[in-house]
Design a protein around this ligand. Structure first.
Ligand code: TMP
Length: 216
């Protein structure tokens, strides 16, 4: 039995986490077995790596270290959680995966894309998403949404990546556009600036068309 692997991507504040939860609930209501996970993170080791990566006091981190840490967490995640869940026929919904490395470390930080593709290949050991949903948003709006969330949720400070200059986030967005254009079969781009329900309907339509063929 082979499961289905769907990844969610997009700039910070694009709403992908909310959308992933909404899609998961919809799939569960159709009787599907859904696993929710995220990167960086998803395993004990991965969550420890996440803490290092997002800690805003880690100002000394060089770009290569950053790229290697994301890849290290991914290797663990693939072997420990994603592949076994797919082997059990589950639908795995993952908040960020290989494309974030290309968009953030490649387009954002300027690390060579060939090197990052190779690093991703090593980390995933042959596993690619069946479908990647990229939520597109103007980074200024994304950051505004993050700021609103911070105020609502106890005012936690922005993490190390969120703190980057708006120009960095603009480059990341271009990276996602590049990915959508270069692999249109796997990567679908959706306007994340619309209201939550509209975005959900569009995402479900795509998932249904590409992977499910449910009568709904
Ligand atoms: P999150 O806030 O969506 O959970 O993601 C954490 C941050 O990590 C987000 O700013 C994007 C960044 N990131 C990368 O820079 N490279 C990667 O490979 C991944 C998975 C995330």
């Amino acid at each position: 039995m082979k499961g289905i692997f769907i990844t969610f991507e997009g700039p910070d504040g694009s709403g992908k986490t909310t959308q992933m939860e909404m899609l998961g609930e919809r799939l569960e209501s159709l009787g599907r077995d859904v696993v929710y996970t995220r990167e960086p993170g998803g395993t004990g080791i991965g969550e420890d790596i996440r803490d290092i990566l997002l800690d805003s006091s880690n100002t000394a981190m060089v770009h290569r270290t950053e790229a290697l840490l994301y890849a290290a967490g991914r290797a663990q995640h693939v072997d420990e959680l994603i592949k076994p869940a797919l082997g059990q026929g589950k639908i795995v919904l993952c908040d960020r995966f290989i494309d974030s490395t290309i968009a953030y470390q490649g387009f954002g930080r300027g690390i060579d894309l060939g090197f990052l593709n190779e690093l991703n290949n090593i980390a995933v050991a042959g596993l690619l998403p069946d479908l990647t949903l990229i939520l597109d948003i103007d980074p200024a709006l994304g950051i505004e949404r993050i700021n609103e969330k911070r105020v609502l949720k106890s005012g936690r400070a922005k993490d190390r990546i969120e703190q980057e200059h708006i120009n960095f986030h603009e480059r990341v967005r271009k990276g996602f556009h590049h990915l959508a254009a270069s692999d249109p079969k796997r990567c679908r781009i959706i306007n994340g600036g619309k209201d939550t329900e509209t975005v959900h309907r569009e995402l479900f339509r795509i998932v249904n068309e590409v992977l499910l063929n449910e009568d709904t």
